[in-house]
Design a protein around this ligand. Structure first.
Ligand SMILES: Cc1cc2nc3c(=O)[nH]c(=O)nc-3n(C[C@H](O)[C@H](O)[C@H](O)COP(=O)(O)OP(=O)(O)OC[C@H]3O[C@@H](n4cnc5c(N)ncnc54)[C@H](O)[C@@H]3O)c2cc1C
Length: 305
């Protein structure tokens, strides 16, 4: 609360396009969560940089928002400023592709297939943005973004623009130095991936097949956040949840999917507290039954206390 000085509030209110007490639920795939104190949607990297620098200087907390597909936002909303990152440019040079952080991975998968490039088909399973994918090394069907990533352009408030190699980003299964490490609070501006020349039609056919298979095995058309839990080494969280008899378990309007054990579905009107209680119940029950501590993949943000 200490950041709420008269001058910080005045500075926030001066930002072009800023909205106060802005609902966030509709900006997440869960459809859950309270409002942002302040909200901005920015498409230019330099504007985002100036804004987060300004926050840092004034001690105003900020949250970078991509497509909101891996977030559980608290019912009481988010303190400070939420910046939705929507720079969606891209450039293709031979087999190298640079994409703005706000571009959706699925859209980029189609763009590169149209350009007869292969190696990015896995991204058709990731509904988030390029920035969100770098943040936690998103991947699907056994392939992760780090396997094609050449370099990331980013911005560390107070330190300026930087180029980060995959090594510096310390990418690992659903983690990075951005999520937990030296780069927390940094902005991904764009990512450059190295792909291969190939048959774009074959890439599209493969993506269509993978999407069909996924639609049959996951509750894709519901309000959810994808996998709720990380898979423990050598096992699958979905299998453990199912084996613990938790498919269909419910807290309020939040339900463990009967289609896939690693999905929690907002049936309509679920609160963040419902989902959190269900997550904690599943973790306790899996630990009790199998002695395994599973960890959430979904990130819980905002005012929980
Ligand atoms: C139906 C469904 C299926 C899914 N399947 C998969 C899957 O197969 N594999 C997988 O890995 N994930 C999957 N997900 C989860 C999700 O799509 C990924 O985690 C994705 O990478 C999140 O990106 P986002 O843009 O939605 O990020 P958000 O949810 O908006 O944000 C997540 C985190 O990323 C940070 N962030 C976002 N943009 C930036 C940026 N530009 N710079 C710095 N930080 C940033 C945010 O601050 C936040 O901490 C699925 C989700 C759904 C709803």
């Amino acid at each position: 609360m200490t950041w709420r000085t008269r001058s910080s509030l005045a500075w926030l209110r001066e930002q072009p396009g800023v909205r106060e007490n802005e609902p966030l639920a509709s900006r997440t795939s869960f459809g859950i969560g309270g409002p942002a104190d302040f909200f901005l949607e920015l498409a230019r990297a330099d504007a985002i940089e100036r804004t987060i620098d300004g926050c840092k200087q004034r001690g105003i907390p900020y949250l970078l928002l991509g497509a909101g597909t891996n977030l559980l936002i608290a019912d009481r909303g988010v303190d400070g400023l939420v910046v939705r990152v929507v720079n969606r440019d891209h450039e293709i040079e031979g087999t190298r592709v640079r994409a703005g952080a706000g571009l959706k991975m699925m859209r980029l998968a189609r763009i590169v297939a149209d350009a007869n490039l292969r190696g990015f088909e896995f991204a058709i399973g990731v509904p988030g943005t390029v920035g969100g994918a770098v943040y936690q090394d998103a991947g699907c069907w056994g392939k992760e973004i780090r396997e094609v990533l050449l370099e990331v352009e980013g911005y560390l408030p107070g330190k300026g623009r930087q180029k980060w190699s995959p090594g510096v980003l310390n990418l690992g299964y659903r983690t990075s130095a951005l999520r937990e490490g030296a780069l927390t609070g940094a902005l991904v501006i764009s990512a450059t991936v190295q792909l291969e020349r190939g048959d774009g039609e074959a890439a599209k056919q493969l993506m269509a097949k993978l999407t069909r298979e996924r639609n049959e095995t996951q509750p894709i058309k519901t309000k959810n956040c994808g996998s709720v839990f990380k898979n423990p080494p050598g096992d699958s969280a979905g299998r453990l949840v199912q084996a613990a008899g938790l498919k269909g378990a419910r807290e309020g309007a939040a339900v463990v999917s009967t289609v896939h054990g690693n999905f929690i579905v907002n049936e309509g009107g679920a609160t963040a507290a419902d989902v959190r209680r269900l997550i904690e119940r599943v973790m306790v029950e899996v630990k009790r039954r199998f002695g395994l501590q599973i960890e959430p993949e979904v990130e819980m943000v905002g005012r929980w206390k």
